[in-house]
Write a protein of this length. Structure first.
Length: 248
């Protein structure tokens, strides 16, 4: 996954399909998931893009759809949450891939002593995934990853590990941001359009791989190793690029 030198992505047309990660891509990452604030400028930008493309814009996030709904208010557009485990399509239908409830309960219980011992750890129950955040205490990365890996290994075949920026998650296998994008591309208004996906984290690599297979435009935000074909420097650069797409 070691990158070559990446260029700024070419400006996509309004006849493309746009898939956008949220945290670290459209919004700056905060110390905790609840500390993120959605600004009015972003909402206006997304609404303009949604209208201009005839609705071919979807948010593809690690957050739960309910969390996105709460933060984005009345903003219209399809959205996939929890790395593709839940997806609302262009018609408002909700598609769900649930976590084994008993396994999830066991992992939550097993994590309780670690959360009590380390105040820098935060467990987020997204509904279908369990996310252990260590952004408040980054030196706990190895400990947090090892702990979650052990708990998932104790329940073989049901869950896998998904790592991200200062977070490690337990989630069902078989669904990710790439599968969510492919599902959208089989439906109107995304079908038969060239696809764009912009993301910043390890969990976005599945999406980049899917876009590359489809000869789309895969865009990594930041300078970490990636399979994406293009790069943008930061959140401000993503917003500027989307604004330029609209200005064509």
């Amino acid at each position: 996954m070691k990158p070559q030198e990446h260029d700024t992505p070419p400006l996509a047309g309004l006849d493309h399909a746009f898939f956008l990660d949220v945290d670290g891509t459209l919004l700056e990452i905060a110390d905790t998931p609840n500390a993120v604030r959605v600004d009015a400028d972003l909402l206006r930008l997304l609404e303009r893009l949604y209208r201009a493309t005839g609705g071919a814009v979807a948010l593809v996030s690690g957050r739960a759809i309910s969390d996105l709904d709460r933060r984005l208010g009345t903003l219209r557009m399809p959205r996939a949450g929890q790395h593709g485990l839940e997806r609302r399509d262009a018609h408002g239908r909700l598609w769900l891939h649930a976590t084994p409830a008993e396994t999830k309960r066991k992992i939550q219980a097993a994590l309780a002593p670690a959360l009590e011992q380390h105040s820098g750890l935060l467990l987020e129950d997204k509904g279908f995934t369990l996310a252990l955040h260590y952004r408040l205490q980054p030196e706990l990365e190895e400990y947090a990853n090892g702990l979650m890996e052990k708990l998932v290994a104790d329940n073989p075949g049901e869950l896998i590990i998904q790592k991200g920026k200062c977070v490690v998650e337990a989630k069902p296998a078989g669904f990710d941001k790439g599968t969510a994008i492919e599902e959208y591309l089989a439906e109107a208004p995304f079908k038969d359009r060239r696809a764009v996906f912009i993301g910043d984290d390890l969990n976005d690599e599945h999406g980049f791989a899917a876009i590359n297979r489809l000869d789309g435009i895969s865009v990594k935000v930041g300078d970490e190793d990636t399979c994406a074909r293009y790069r943008l420097a930061d959140v401000a650069a993503v917003r500027a690029w989307l604004t330029a797409v609209l200005a064509q």
